[in-house]
Write a protein that binds this ligand. Structure first.
Ligand SMILES: [Zn+2]
Ligand SMILES: [Zn+2]
Length: 111
């Protein structure tokens, strides 16, 4: 038996219940229990909670992501600087070693 009423959609959360509204945010149909009026719109409880604490949560999450990103960037910069210094040291060592070796090889010949 197929219902051909204008609203034969069923609740997204309760398959046994007839939907009365469609959430404009997630576009799912919900029954009377699942929707809540919010700022003139009928939102499902999922989207409502996401909207209400979504701003604070999202802000905090973005901040955390930013901190993680900054730490990563700082770590990379530090690592790069470390290898840069290491390279400089490695470049500097042969000269000093070479000069030192000549001096050590020659010192006994000189009076
Ligand atoms: Zn929704
Ligand atoms: Zn429902």
């Amino acid at each position: 038996m197929i219902k051909m009423s204008s609203f034969d959609q069923l609740c997204y959360r309760h398959p046994g219940r007839e939907a009365v509204a469609r959430c404009p945010a997630c576009l799912h149909f919900f029954c009377r229990e699942c929707v809540t009026e919010h700022a003139g719109r009928m939102l499902c409880s999922n989207c409502l909670s996401r909207l209400s604490d979504g701003r604070a949560e999202g802000g905090r999450l973005r901040m955390e992501q930013m901190v993680i990103f900054m730490q990563g960037a700082f770590g990379m910069a530090l690592l790069w600087y470390f290898f840069f210094l290491l390279g400089q040291i490695l470049l500097a060592i042969p000269h000093a070693f070479h000069e030192g070796a000549i001096w050590q090889a020659d010192w006994w010949r000189k009076p």
